[in-house]
Design a protein around this ligand. Structure first.
Ligand code: BES
Ligand code: MN
Ligand code: ZN
Length: 492
C-alpha cells in the first residue's frame, strides 16, 4: 500500500481523483463549502452524530468526483477517535472494490499519533492473508492520499513512521499467520537473513550443534521431540553513529505448540501456530527499523523450535540444565515458552544491554486476566514500566503492568532441581514471569505476555501484528532525548 500526503481543503477534496473519498469529521471542524454544508445539515437533523464511528454515506453524489463518499465522525479527533472512525468507515466500504482512497481531515490540527493511528487502522482493515491460497485475491486498496489543510514537516515524519509501522506490522502478521508447515524454524531464519540484507542490520543463525555448545540445555530439551531442526536467530540493528548499549528484544519462537508429552486438547489446537508471534513481532520491528534507520542500537534474539511429542521428547519430571547453570525440573512440557526464553535471556548478557524485553505468547492465564485488550507487562524496573506503558498508550497498542511479588515464586520450588517450570494454576501468568525473572538478574528486564493480544480467534481468526506498535514507539523514543549537544557539554 502506498501512502501520500497532500495539502488540500475539504472543498478541494470534492475534486479528488480517487475512487472513494473518506472525510474524517471532528466535532470542531471549521471546514466550509458544499460538502461541509451537507454534513452540517445531516447533523442538524440528528442523522449524523459527533460520536466517533458515526458514519454518513453517499454514492455518485453530484459535485463529488469520487464515486464513494463516506463521512466518519471523530469527536475530539485524537488517535483513539480516529481509529474508531476509520474502522467504521472501512466496514461501510468493505464490499466495494476500491483501489484508491482520498482521506480528508476536516479539522485543523492532526497529531503525529493520529496520523499513525489512521494509517495503521486502515492497513489493518484492508489486510488479507494470501500466502497459502491457490487463487489469492490480494488486497484491493493500493493507494491512499491523506489530505490536510496544512502539511508540516512533522506530518511528513509521522507519515514515514506510519509507513514503516505498517510494513513491520504486516511482516509480523504474515509470519504469525503462516501455518506451521510454512513457518518452520528454518523458514523464520530465512526471513531473518533476508532482513540482514538491509543497511545497519546483521543476522546470525545458530543450529542445534552450536546451541548445544553454548550449553542451552533448556532450549534443547524443548526441541528434542521435533523432527524439524531448531534455530537460534540473532539479529542486530546498529546505526552508524550510535555508541549506546543495545536494547535486546527476545521473541518466543515456538512455531507449533502441541504441548509435547503434556499434550494439549484437540479443540483450537490449530491456533498454536501463532505461538511464534513474539518472534514475528521481533522480525516486524527489524523490518520497520530497516526502513526508518533511526539512531539506535537493537538486538533481536529468537529461539525457534516446534514443541512436539515423540520418543525422544522430554517427559514430565525430567531435569535439564539451562545455559545459566540453573537446573530445571520440567513438570509440564506444555510450559515450553519459558524453557526456550530462559536460555535466550542468558545469551542476552553478552550484549551488556541497557534493557532486555522478551515478548511471548506465554500463558493462557494472561488471556483470562487481560483478554484481547492489553498485553501483560511484567517488570521490577519502574523506568522500563513507565516507558513501555507510555509507548503502549501512545501507539494504542496497550499493555498493563502486573505484579512480581516474591511470594508468587513460592510454587516454583522443586525438590529435584533449582526451580520447577510450573507452579499451580493460580496467577499463572505471574508465576511464568517469576520463572523468567530468575534468568534476567544481570540487566533491566521486562516481559510482555501477548497470549491474548497477538491474534484474534473465531471468524476473524488472524494475527494482529501486536506488539510491533508498542515496541517501535518505545524504541523510537530512545532516539530523541540525547542529541549530540549533551555529549559535548559532558566533555567541557
Ligand atoms: N503457548 C501456550 C500459551 C497459550 C495458551 C497462549 C493458549 C494462548 C492461548 C503456552 O506454551 C502454554 O501452553 N502455557 C501453559 C502453561 C501451563 C502449562 C503452566 C498454559 O497457559 O496453559
Ligand atoms: Mn505450551
Ligand atoms: Zn507455547
Amino acid at each position: 500500500m502506498k501512502f501520500e500526503i497532500r495539502q488540500t481543503s475539504l472543498d478541494q477534496a470534492t475534486r479528488a481523483q480517487q475512487e472513494a473519498l473518506l472525510v474524517l469529521w471532528p466535532k470542531a471542524s471549521h471546514a466550509t463549502g458544499m460538502l461541509a454544508d451537507w454534513i452540517q445539515k445531516a447533523q442538524r437533523q440528528g442523522d449524523f452524530k459527533d460520536t466517533a464511528g458515526s458514519v454518513l454515506q453517499s454514492y455518485g453524489m453530484a459535485g463529488i468526483k469520487a464515486r464513494h463518499l463516506v463521512v466518519a465522525a471523530c469527536d475530539k479527533g485524537d488517535a483513539k477517535d480516529i481509529r474508531k472512525a476509520v474502522r467504521a468507515a472501512c466496514a461501510v466500504l468493505k464490499s466495494a472494490p476500491i483501489q484508491s482512497l482520498h482521506i480528508q481531515w476536516a479539522g485543523d490540527e492532526l497529531s503525529e499519533q493520529a496520523i499513525k493511528a489512521l494509517l495503521s487502522e486502515l492497513a489493518d482493515a484492508s489486510y488479507v492473508f494470501t500466502s497459502t491460497l491457490s487463487k489469492p485475491q490480494p488486497r484491493k486498496l493500493q493507494q491512499v492520499m491523506l489530505g490536510l489543510t496544512l502539511v508540516t514537516a512533522t506530518h511528513r515524519t509521522a507519515l514515514g513512521q506510519a509507513q514503516a509501522l505498517v510494513r513491520g506490522t504486516e511482516l509480523a502478521k504474515e509470519w504469525a499467520n503462516r501455518p506451521s508447515n510454512h513457518a518452520t524454524p528454518r523458514h523464520l531464519a530465512q526471513a531473518a537473513k533476508a532482513l540482514g540484507k538491509h543497511p545497519g542490520i546483521q543476522c546470525k543463525v545458530l543450529g542445534p550443534r552450536e546451541v548445544e555448545r553454548l550449553g542451552m540445555g533448556s532450549f534443547l530439551s524443548v526441541a528434542r521431540g521435533a523432527a524439524e531442526p531448531l534455530r537460534f536467530i540473532v539479529l542486530e540493528y546498529k546505526s552508524r553513529q550510535t555508541k549506546e548499549a543495545p536494547v535486546v528484544l527476545v521473541g518466543k519462537g515456538i512455531t507449533f505448540d502441541t504441548g509435547g508429552i503434556s499434550m494439549k486438547p484437540a479443540a483450537e489446537m490449530d491456533e498454536m501456530k501463532f505461538d511464534m508471534s513474539g518472534a514475528a513481532s521481533v522480525l516486524g520491528v527489524f523490518e520497520a527499523l530497516a526502513h526508518l534507520q533511526p539512531d539506535i542500537h537493537v538486538v533481536g534474539l529468537i529461539p525457534a523450535t516446534e514443541n512436539m511429542p515423540d520418543g525422544q521428547a522430554i517427559k514430565p519430571g525430567d531435569v535439564v540444565t539451562s545455559m545459566s547453570g540453573q537446573t530445571i525440573e520440567i513438570l509440564n512440557t506444555d510450559a515450553e515458552g519459558r524453557l526456550v526464553l530462559c536460555d535466550a535471556l542468558t545469551y542476552a548478557e553478552r550484549f551488556k544491554p541497557r534493557a532486555v524485553i522478551d515478548i511471548a505468547t506465554l500463558t493462557g492465564a494472561c488471556v483470562i486476566a487481560l483478554g484481547a485488550v492489553r498485553s501483560g507487562l511484567f517488570t521490577a524496573n519502574d523506568e522500563l514500566a513507565t516507558a513501555l506503558s507510555r509507548a503502549g498508550d501512545i501507539s494504542g497498542d496497550l499493555c498493563w503492568r502486573m505484579p512480581l511479588d516474591e511470594e508468587y515464586a513460592e510454587g516454583l520450588k522443586s525438590r529435584f532441581a533449582d526451580v520447577a517450570n510450573v507452579a499451580g494454576r493460580a496467577a499463572g501468568s505471574v508465576t511464568a514471569a517469576k520463572f523468567l525473572e530468575r534468568f534476567a538478574a544481570k540487566f533491566p528486564w521486562a516481559h510482555l505476555d501477548i497470549a491474548g493480544t497477538a491474534w484474534r480467534s473465531g471468524a476473524v481468526k488472524g494475527a494482529t501484528g501486536r506488539p510491533v506498535g508498542l515496541l517501535l514507539e518505545y524504541l523510537l523514543n530512545l532516539e530523541q532525548p540525547q542529541p549530540k549537544v549533551r555529549r559535548k557539554s559532558n566533555k567541557t
